[in-house]
Design a binder for this molecule. Structure first.
Ligand SMILES: Cc1cc2nc3c(=O)[nH]c(=O)nc-3n(C[C@H](O)[C@H](O)[C@H](O)COP(=O)(O)OP(=O)(O)OC[C@H]3O[C@@H](n4cnc5c(N)ncnc54)[C@H](O)[C@@H]3O)c2cc1C
Length: 441
């Protein structure tokens, strides 16, 4: 029996709140789903009551507020089934990335996981899934085999390329609460049990050199080498080591699935620059979630992103002007090296076919409502400055919160795919029951 919470219930506030506090939901009611049947019941209930339907798993990528709607909280749907021989996993809607990584690691296998163990597996896949293994294996969404979804008519469907090719195509890349509530995904696992990786921090006086080196170095590395660079002023908090506490640094992150010897040789130029920390080492894949070390405390976060064609010397200077040590930027700036298999078409085609660019530029910061406009203005200045290197596209998964526009979201897709997505939306959700997402222009 599905549990429904109203604003007067003690659990209502917890059930409507996730990681990113920049979007506050005031739903008419919350359905706490434990099974796919609960989701079916909730969608039918919403239909009867004439309500829109929104979904909350972890709150890492919220869209618009679900005010006056029925919010389905999937965080208790924790089932994971693994068939090691088939290298297959079935993952329910409330499972987080780290939980799946740990479950697969028992069998010496790995999913195409992202940087944060806290992010929900299902929505991460629906938005593409930019994995730390992506340069060699592609987008996570390329490795989805089947999708269980409750559509606006209240039916639970298991969609595959053979049963419902349009719905299967659209959900993968364009399916964040637009076409139904996904109750489970079936995905490929990969025989990856270890990696050579970790992070290095460079002090402020070395950041220009380290970032320039990284930009040049990314042109030379094999596809098994994934890396990213974070420019950030670290918080001034006691548990951080002294060389990081309150300091502006660059954090270089490395994930290499080749041998430790090759990895060591490849990263030697960074070691020669004298990082202030160095955790790069041989590790089990189950430790991959420690590499980016993203914060887990809920926060009101605003972020923008762009795909970049290249990162030449002028681009590095533009980035440092807006996010360097002297810029006093109210945001962190992250560059992820993409390319490789992330730029190639997938065997199982999906709505995520816009795959140009060699880097994702992601910038974001914490701000309560009154400080948000100033932060947004600084982010807009940064985006304007990198325009000469931008492809015109975005990483769909990193678009969330109140700052996203339909135009920006649309730029993540090929124009002909937007037409197909709109047609499939009309077919499966003619009354726009799933309406909290930003909508495509
Ligand atoms: C710290 C951090 C690190 C990240 N790292 C990566 C990364 O490495 N690679 C990457 O690709 N992305 C990354 N992301 C982005 C992340 O994948 C997306 O924001 C994703 O949508 C979050 O999903 P969630 O379930 O955790 O969040 P939620 O906010 O709960 O859900 C996000 C959206 O998906 C919809 N949704 C959730 N569950 C369902 C469902 N079952 N059916 C239909 N719609 C649903 C919701 O309606 C909501 O609009 C990161 C985000 C953060 C904050």
């Amino acid at each position: 029996m599905t549990d429904y919470l109203n604003a007067t219930d003690a659990e209502y506030d917890t059930a409507r709140t996730g990681y990113n506090l920049a979007v506050e939901h005031h739903p008419a009611a919350i359905a706490v789903a434990r099974t796919a049947d609960d989701v079916v019941h909730a969608v039918r209930e919403a239909r009867t009551r004439g309500l829109g339907v929104a979904v909350l798993a972890t709150g890492h990528g919220p869209s618009r507020p679900a005010d006056g709607q029925l919010l389905i909280n999937t965080s208790a749907m924790k089932g994971i089934t693994i068939d090691p021989a088939m290298r297959w996993a079935r993952v329910e809607a409330g499972v987080r990335g780290g939980e799946l990584v740990q479950a697969a690691a028992i069998h010496g296998l790995a999913p195409l996981s992202g940087s944060s163990p806290e992010v929900g597996v299902v929505s991460y896949h629906l938005g593409g899934g930019l994995s730390l293994l992506g340069r060699s294996l592609g987008w996570a969404v390329d490795h989805v085999r089947a999708i269980e979804v409750v559509t606006a008519d209240g039916a639970l469907r298991r969609t595959t390329p053979d049963t419902e090719p349009d719905l299967f195509w659209a959900l993968r890349g364009g399916g964040k609460c637009t076409l139904g509530v996904v109750t489970a995904l079936e995905i490929d696992l990969h025989p990856i049990a270890r990696l050579y990786g970790g992070g290095m921090h460079f002090a402020a006086d070395r950041v220009e050199e380290a970032l320039t080196l990284w930009a040049d170095w990314t042109r030379t590395v094999p596809e098994q080498m994934a890396s990213s660079a974070l420019l950030i002023r670290m918080p001034d908090i006691p548990f951080l080591p002294e060389p990081l506490r309150g300091r502006y640094v660059m954090h270089l992150r490395i994930v290499f699935t080749g041998s430790a010897e090759d990895g060591e040789r490849l990263i030697a130029p960074f070691r020669a620059l004298g990082p202030v920390t160095d955790t790069v080492t041989e590790m089990p894949y189950s430790a991959v979630g420690t590499i980016h070390a993203e914060p887990t405390t809920p926060v009101a976060f605003h972020a923008r992103n762009r795909m970049l064609r290249t990162l030449d010397a002028d681009a590095v200077q533009a980035l440092l002007q807006h996010a360097g040590a002297d810029a006093d930027a109210p945001f962190l700036l992250e560059l992820r090296h993409t390319g490789g298999a992330l730029s190639r078409p997938a065997e199982r085609a999906s709505a995520l076919r816009r795959r140009d660019g060699e880097f994702v530029l992601y910038a974001g910061g914490a701000a309560e409502a009154d400080a948000a406009p100033a932060l947004q203005a600084r982010l807009a200045e940064l985006l304007a400055a990198v325009e000469p290197w931008a492809t015109g596209g975005v990483a769909v998964n990193f678009l969330s919160g109140p700052d996203v526009t339909a135009e920006e979201l649309s730029s993540g897709y090929l124009p002909e795919d937007l037409v197909r997505l709109a047609r499939i939306k009309r077919e499966y959700d003619p009354e726009n029951m799933f309406r909290t997402h930003h909508g495509l222009a």
